[in-house]
Design a protein around this ligand. Structure first.
Ligand SMILES: NC(=O)c1ccc[n+]([C@@H]2O[C@H](COP(=O)([O-])OP(=O)(O)OC[C@H]3O[C@@H](n4cnc5c(N)ncnc54)[C@H](O)[C@@H]3O)[C@@H](O)[C@H]2O)c1
Length: 321
């Protein structure tokens, strides 16, 4: 196979970028744009030179891989459809709307792989492809305490899930990947402000082996911030996801005694979504192995589920559940 024939499903706020990137990927061909919206679907299809279809079943037989960027509530049903057809699949985060749905998708993946072992199934945890994150991981930084903050003004999208499944899930996945061990304990508080679901959540995670993290996610902030601070043994790191800046500070022995040495890492900027999607295309063609697996996506959902339960408990204590 020379180029992977790809369908992009759901071309709203994020999916339009999936279509743009698929259309210019060195390993792929944007074969179809799928979206039930009769205005939006054809508009994005025409923009990137692909035919439009209103539903996935019309095109599934004619593609090798599917990128799903439809609303989270549709991930489970669409994912099952793609797996039954035995196609490769990149699912936007979160893998599904609930942990039960994610578990069911993994079960369906196992069945599909029994017939076709080479099926690639990845999740769009794109911060893993942020060049600043890659630079931090390449340095072998061993965090013992981490602080992640991901806040923004009210987006008026993804209102069908809480802020945990909408945005905190990025950090829940990334923190586990950086620590390299599973989360064993979760405490969390949060409240609904503008939607029926929690819009502002603060969680404290304990990892196997003793590392800790605090994570804050909000969609009711005045400004945007996406940052991570990680503290290790005699070193700490400060990372800005948006500007792709990474600063490392280390305790070194100077001429007059110990001093903190700051270093701004040199980073080759890149679009995380493009890096993620091109890695997916390469993996489907057997030309690479990068990408966040569905097993990891499910693990992030498991932690998200624990955070949601802790938030529900805290709300019950407040008398607001
Ligand atoms: N990785 C990230 O950083 C990131 C950022 C934003 C959104 N997302 C995820 O992407 C997904 C979409 O979010 P969005 O903000 O782009 O939503 P959106 O509402 O802007 O767009 C969704 C699009 O999907 C279409 N759609 C609805 N039902 C469909 C179906 N059954 N089949 C195909 N298309 C359908 C809609 O017509 C719309 O065009 C969500 O799962 C969200 O969590 C991920």
């Amino acid at each position: 196979m020379s180029k992977l024939r790809v369908a992009v499903v759901g071309v709203g706020h994020l999916g339009q970028h999936h279509a743009r990137i698929a259309a210019s990927s060195p390993n792929a061909l944007l074969a179809f744009v799928v979206d039930p919206d009769p205005t939006r679907g054809p508009e994005i299809a025409a923009k990137f030179g692909a035919p439009w279809a209103a539903s996935l079943d019309q095109v599934l037989a004619e593609v090798d891989a599917v990128q799903i960027a439809a609303p989270t509530g549709f991930h489970h049903a669409l994912g099952l459809q793609v797996l039954r057809a035995g196609k490769h699949l990149l699912m936007e985060k979160p893998l599904a709307a609930t942990l039960d749905e994610a578990v069911d998708l993994l079960r369906a993946l196992a069945v599909a792989r029994a017939a076709q072992p080479g099926i690639v199934a990845q999740v769009g945890h794109l911060e893993r492809f942020n060049p600043a994150v890659t630079a931090l991981r390449e340095r072998g930084f061993k965090p013992r305490f981490l602080e992640a903050v991901r806040v923004s003004p009210f987006p008026a999208r993804s209102m069908e899930v809480d802020v945990v499944m909408d945005v905190m899930i990025h950090d829940l996945d990334l923190l586990r990947a950086l620590v390299g061990r599973p989360v064993v304990e979760v405490e969390a508080v949060g409240i609904p402000v503008l939607t029926p679901y929690a819009d502002l959540v603060n969680a404290r995670l304990k990892f196997e082996g003793g590392a800790f993290a605090t994570v804050t996610a909000s969609r009711v902030a005045r400004k945007k911030e996406r940052t991570l601070r990680a503290f290790g043994d005699k070193e700490y790191a400060s990372l800005d996801f948006a500007t792709q800046k990474l600063e490392l500070l280390r305790l070194v022995m100077g001429p007059d005694g110990p001093e903190v040495h700051p270093e701004t890492a040199t980073i080759e900027e890149g679009e995380p979504l493009r890096l993620e999607i091109e890695a997916f295309h390469a993996a489907c063609l057997g030309r690479g192995t990068d990408g966040v697996t569905w097993e990891e996506g499910q693990e992030a959902m498991h932690v998200a589920d624990l955070v949601q339960k802790a938030v529900a408990k805290s709300l019950a204590e407040l008398g607001r559940a």
